[in-house]
Design a protein around this ligand. Structure first.
Ligand code: ASP
Length: 428
């Protein structure tokens, strides 16, 4: 059985077991299921796996990016790839939020529902744009690495790679050393992937078991519209962009991205999924590491289409509930704020709500309105993270294709990279 199949099976089983536990009420606090299974075994195995993925992120990004820069070998070309990716990331996020605002307000979700906020959600103020820009340059690269701050790590790695190139011959030993380290990191991804199907099962079973389904029913309108727009963006908008801008077959893309989406879904974190996304776009979609090593971690940080969609739908929903008329200016502010907020915040679980509070503060919506949707956000976070990383992969493929850095024979081979998760411990 291929790894993809095993991971999908883990997800299906996880959903079923989680639903059974939730619906039968077995998960009430104090029961043995709650103590030893959902908060015991599932929690432990799942968290260990997420930790293992996170453990790889910083070294993997550093080594593969340095190799990528050396592989490109041309600083101008690097600038071109970077600007293309940046523009495309902003464009997809803006399209995502605009379509969310359009569809949600067309459907009038939340109208006539005079709910009262049931929790005190205290928001966060948006970081000033100047500090977002200043902080791209780390004053201490080790501290940025320790904290897993992606943009400063990317910046340091690129400057390191460029300087390595400029030193030339003298630094050859360092380049080959880093190349070897990069190979080792990629191998570590494979080793960790060997347990992925079980870990995915645990993560999803725990999340679904803990989800309050009653709350889902109450907010059904919001949840369904949001999932609808997310699916529309994933299967229609992004695929049109892929087809029009690269000519690649969207069906192949969708098939090959499935298991990576499951990882994003089960970890709710674009950042933790970086190792898997990177492996998929290089081994399965045929993107050259020199492009992918840059666009994937960059996208995980600045590109969040799914999160932007959530913000659009939530803004309309809460505005309708509180009878606030945002007007055209309000909507435009929401679009601008969401795009800016997605650049300044990292792809980690739940960050979407923090970004939402920045947007609300800007357009004058009551922040405590977020309390209304807080309860269902766990599930929606999982789904939107899968959309977020799919957007990263589409842009990566488009940029790589336009630069002649995508191997179509790999892209079109259904089995390419599917078995790299097999680990052979004997030395070859
Ligand atoms: N969890 C999302 C991500 O990592 C961000 C969010 O929407 O909360 O991409």
């Amino acid at each position: 059985m291929s790894t993809t199949m095993k991971v999908l099976l883990g997800m299906a089983l996880g959903i079923s077991v989680g639903l059974v536990i939730n619906l039968t009420g077995l998960n009430a606090s104090g029961t043995w299921v709650n103590q030893y299974l959902t908060n015991g075994l599932f929690h432990i195995v799942g968290s260990m796996f997420v930790n293992a993925l996170k453990m790889l992120v910083v070294p993997l990004v550093f080594f593969s990016l340095v190799c990528g820069v050396c592989g490109i070998g041309d600083i101008k070309l690097l600038g071109r790839i970077g600007s293309k990716a940046f523009v495309l990331y902003l464009m997809t996020t803006a399209i995502a939020i605009a379509s969310a605002l359009f569809i949600a307000s067309g459907l009038g979700i939340g109208e006539g529902m005079n709910a009262v906020a049931n929790s005190n959600f205290s928001g966060k103020a948006a970081p000033p744009l100047s500090s977002v820009i200043i902080n791209i340059v780390p004053s201490n690269p080790i501290s940025a690495m320790a904290k897993g701050e992606m943009l400063p790590v990317i910046f340091f790695s690129i400057v390191f790679g460029i300087s390595l190139l400029m030193v030339g011959k003298k630094a050859d030993s360092v380049s080959s050393f880093i190349e070897a380290l990069n190979e080792i990191m990629m191998k570590m991804v494979n080793v960790i992937m060997a347990v992925a199907p079980y870990a995915v099962f645990c993560l999803i079973a725990k999340a679904i078991a803990n989800l309050g389904l009653d709350l889902l029913e109450q907010l059904l309108g919001y949840v369904l519209v949001l999932i609808g727009v997310l699916m529309f963006h994933l299967f229609v908008t992004l695929q049109i962009i892929l087809k029009l801008m690269s000519g690649l077959n969207p069906l192949t893309f969708i098939k090959k991205m499935r298991s990576t989406q499951v990882f994003a879904f089960s970890t709710s974190s674009s950042n933790a999924t970086i190792p898997v996304t990177l492996r998929t776009v290089t081994d399965r979609l045929g993107v050259n590491n020199s492009v992918a090593s840059f666009t994937v971690p960059f996208g995980a940080t600045i590109n969040m289409d799914g999160t932007a969609i959530m913000q659009g739908v939530a803004t309309v929903f809460i505005a309708n509930i509180y009878n606030v008329d945002l007007g055209m200016m309000g909507y435009l502010t929401v679009i601008l704020m969401s795009v800016l907020a997605s650049i300044g915040t990292a792809g980690v679980p739940g960050v979407g709500l923090i970004m939402l509070s920045m947007v609300f503060a800007q357009v004058g919506l009551p922040i405590e309105g977020i309390g209304l949707i807080l309860g269902v956000d766990r599930l929606l976070d999982m789904i939107r993270t899968a959309v977020n990383i799919s957007g990263d992969a589409v842009v990566t493929a488009v940029v790589a294709k336009s630069e002649g850095q995508l191997d179509e024979s790999i892209y079109n081979d259904p089995n390419a990279g599917n078995d790299t998760a097999d680990i052979h411990l004997e030395r070859v």
